[in-house]
Design a binder for this molecule. Structure first.
Ligand SMILES: C[S@@+](CC[C@H](N)C(=O)[O-])C[C@H]1O[C@@H](n2cnc3c(N)ncnc32)[C@H](O)[C@@H]1O
Length: 308
C-alpha cells in the first residue's frame, strides 16, 4: 500500500462494526478505457499513471461540482453520524462536504476507479474520517447494507452500465437509506463544458458519444426510470442551477490546456494546429458570456434521489 493510501488494501477494509472482505477492484466497461485510440486512466480524466493536478482539477471541475454538494447531501439525507459512500469521489468534492456533516461520529468512504484520483483525494482530505477505496462503481466491494447514504457526484454518467451501478448503490445501502446522484444537464445548460464538447464533437464525429458522456443523463425522465428500475422507491429528480465566473478566457482555458478532465484529455491529443482552432472557436462561442472582461456562466445539474 502506498503512503497512507488505502485504495488497494491487502486484507480487509474495516468499516466500524463489520469487516468487509476486500476483492480486487473489478473493471467493468473496458470499452470506454481509450480515448482517440490511446489508453487513458480508467476514470477517463487523466493520462495513465499521471497524477491529478489539484489546481487544474479545482478550476475545471471542483469549483462547479462543489456548488451542488449541499443539495446532493440533503437529497441523500446525510446527517451527523452517518456512514456515507461517495462513489466516483474524484478529488473528494462530495466526500469533503459529507465529512463536515457526518462529523467525527460518522465515516466517509470515497470510491473511485482511478488510483490517481484517490491519491489526490487522500492528499486533500487526510486520514481522519475518510477512507479511499479503489473500485469500479459498478461492482462495489462492500457487504449489503453497509451504508446509511450513497452519493455520486458527476460520476454515474461515465459508467458503461448505469443500471448496474445503481443496483450496487442500492445493495450497499441499509434498508431505508438514501442514494443521490448529481449529473450534468444538457450542453447548452452547462456551457463551460458543453461548448468544448460540441466544438470537439464536430471535429471528431466518430467520438461524439464519448465526448458527450458528461451530458448522457440530462433527461430527467430517463434518470427517474433508471432509479426505479434499480428498485429505489420515493424517487425524485430535482433541477438545480448555480453561477460562477472566471477572470477572463485565459483563466477558463488554463486547466483545459493542462489536460485535466475527460474533454481536455481529448483536446490534448490533437495536433497543435487543430488545438489552436478549437481554442479560437470556443473563445468565440463563449464571448456571449463576457461581461466587463469576465466570463460569467450558469450551470444546471440534475439531482436524482431514491430510497432503498
Ligand atoms: C467528473 S469526475 C467527478 C469527481 C468528483 N465526484 C467531483 O464531483 O469532483 C468523475 C469521476 O468518476 C470516476 N469514474 C469514472 N468511471 C468510474 C467507475 N466506473 N467507477 C468509479 N469511478 C468512476 C473518475 O475517475 C472521476 O474521478
Amino acid at each position: 500500500m502506498s503512503a497512507g493510501l488505502h485504495a488497494y488494501p491487502e486484507e480487509a477494509l474495516l468499516l466500524g462494526r463489520g469487516a468487509v472482505t476486500w476483492r480486487p477492484p473489478a473493471r467493468v466497461g473496458h470499452e470506454r478505457r481509450t480515448l482517440m485510440g490511446k489508453r487513458v486512466d480508467p476514470g477517463l480524466h487523466t493520462a495513465p499513471g499521471r497524477p491529478i493536478d489539484p489546481v487544474s482539477y479545482e478550476q475545471y471541475i471542483g469549483r462547479w461540482s462543489r456548488l451542488f454538494v449541499p443539495a446532493l447531501l440533503a437529497a441523500a439525507e446525510v446527517t451527523a453520524g452517518c456512514r456515507v459512500l461517495d462513489v466516483a469521489t474524484g478529488a473528494g468534492e462530495a466526500a469533503l462536504g459529507a465529512m463536515s456533516v457526518v462529523t467525527a461520529a460518522g465515516l466517509v468512504v470515497g470510491a473511485d476507479i482511478s488510483p490517481a484520483m484517490l491519491v489526490a483525494a487522500r492528499a486533500r482530505l487526510g486520514e481522519d474520517g475518510f477512507e479511499p477505496v479503489g473500485t469500479d462503481g459498478q461492482a462495489l466491494p462492500f457487504r449489503d447494507g453497509t451504508f446509511d447514504a450513497v452519493v455520486c457526484q458527476l460520476g454515474l454518467q461515465f459508467f458503461a452500465d448505469r443500471g448496474r451501478g445503481l443496483l450496487e448503490f442500492r445493495r450497499v445501502l441499509r434498508p431505508g437509506g438514501c442514494a443521490a446522484a448529481c449529473v450534468v444537464s444538457t450542453p447548452d445548460r452547462a456551457p463551460m463544458w458543453g461548448v468544448l464538447a460540441d466544438v470537439l464533437g464536430r471535429r471528431l464525429p466518430e467520438q461524439r458519444d464519448t465526448l458527450h458522456l458528461s451530458f448522457a443523463l440530462a433527461d430527467a425522465e430517463r434518470l427517474e426510470r433508471l432509479l426505479r428500475s434499480a428498485g429505489f422507491r420515493d424517487v425524485r429528480v430535482m433541477r438545480e442551477t448555480r453561477s460562477g465566473s472566471f477572470d477572463n478566457f485565459a483563466a477558463y482555458w488554463a486547466p483545459i490546456d493542462a489536460g485535466t478532465g475527460h474533454l481536455p484529455q481529448v483536446y490534448r491529443s490533437l495536433p497543435d494546429s487543430i488545438r489552436r482552432a478549437v481554442r479560437e472557436e470556443v473563445s468565440t462561442r463563449l464571448a456571449e458570456f463576457e461581461s466587463d472582461g469576465r466570463l460569467a456562466m450558469t450551470i444546471e445539474m440534475l439531482i436524482a434521489a431514491g430510497r432503498a
